[in-house]
Design a protein around this ligand. Structure first.
Ligand code: NAI
Ligand code: 15L
Length: 269
């Protein structure tokens, strides 16, 4: 890890979630104070502030962002769900974050996008972050929308964002698909660091993926930020290959988004 830059106050939304709990300690060196927020209460530790906030509440989000220098936006619904749930947390939520950033002069945001913004690409395709999006559900659509929101707020207001299309960030690889999509916590932390401190990123979209042997993603946009992944899913190969092989026609074997491409409909037939 390179020289240590620091913010006065870095906001992490979604701090009670899986990634929030991990990144909270890993991002601590990058800010004198961490402001941790979630709809679920979080306890504040040393040099931390905790604020309960519903991302769907515009005024509450505006107050949340006051006094912050930068935002790591992890909060929201993180799986495929009915549109109305996605609408509140992810669609309204991301608008509220950007509008609050504009009003409070925040100039840098990391947006936790997802591979599900491009989930309907086939696993046989090799793509970079500049290809047209192919969202695989309402959740993926909300991430595509968040990326466009980031693009608009840069063009119109000069707020810079790195949108990280996170693959799968978990302690271990759970299945064959994740051999391609996995990112270690260490690599995600480094990618966020690059996203926070690299000058003049405009709006840059990158893949959040480790240095896996088999990958569907050309991550040259992340390399431009100086990101070099240290880890690889290979260490999990033996365990994963002991699992039964899914059918070749199963969405988990066909599409980059895996099971998300087959979720729903939620409205009945
Ligand atoms: P998570 O579901 O564990 O955490 C999300 C957090 O957002 C939760 O603590 C939840 O309480 C909070 N939240 C939900 N609705 C909210 C609302 N209306 N207001 C305020 N907070 C709300 O998800 P995880 O795994 O920690 O992911 C974090 C972010 O990264 C999410 O945006 C997710 O879409 C994205 N991501 C994660 C991946 C992963 O592999 N973990 C892969 C791709 C994207
Ligand atoms: C995501 O976007 C989800 O937030 C996470 O829980 C995983 O399902 C991940 O994608 C994945 O595709 O493995």
């Amino acid at each position: 890890m390179e020289t240590q830059n620091t913010f006065e106050r870095l906001l992490i939304t979604g701090a009670a979630g899986g990634l929030g709990r991990v990144l909270r300690s890993r991002l601590k060196p990058f800010s004198r104070t961490l402001r941790l927020s979630d709809i679920t209460p979080v306890d504040a530790g040393t040099n931390e502030e905790a604020i309960v906030c519903d991302l769907a509440d515009k005024n509450a989000v505006d107050a949340l962002v006051q006094g912050c220098d930068a935002i790591v936006h992890l909060g929201g619904v993180s799986v495929e769900r009915p549109f109305e749930e996605i609408l509140e947390a992810n669609i309204k939520g991301v608008f509220h974050i950007y509008e609050a950033a504009r009003r409070n002069n925040v100039k840098r945001i990391i947006f936790a996008s997802s591979n599900h913004a491009i989930g309907f690409y086939k696993q046989s395709e090799h793509i970079d972050a500049l290809v047209p999006r192919r969202p695989d559900g309402y959740y993926g659509l909300s991430k595509a929308y968040g990326e466009e929101m980031a693009s608009f707020y840069f063009d119109r207001y000069g707020i810079e964002t790195v949108s990280i299309r996170i693959g799968s960030c978990f302690p271990t690889v759970k299945d064959r698909r994740m051999m391609h999509t996995w990112i270690s916590e260490r690599d995600l932390t480094e990618l966020i660091r690059c996203g926070l401190f690299t000058p003049e990123v405009g709006h840059t979209i990158v893949y959040g993926v480790s240095n896996n042997k088999d990958t569907w993603w050309d991550n040259h946009c992340a390399a431009k930020l100086g990101f070099v992944a240290q880890d690889s899913s290979e260490i999990f190969r033996d365990d994963v290959e002991r699992q039964p092989m899914p059918a070749a026609s199963d969405p988990v074997s066909v599409y980059q988004g895996g099971v998300f491409t087959a979720a729903g409909p939620f409205e009945g037939e």
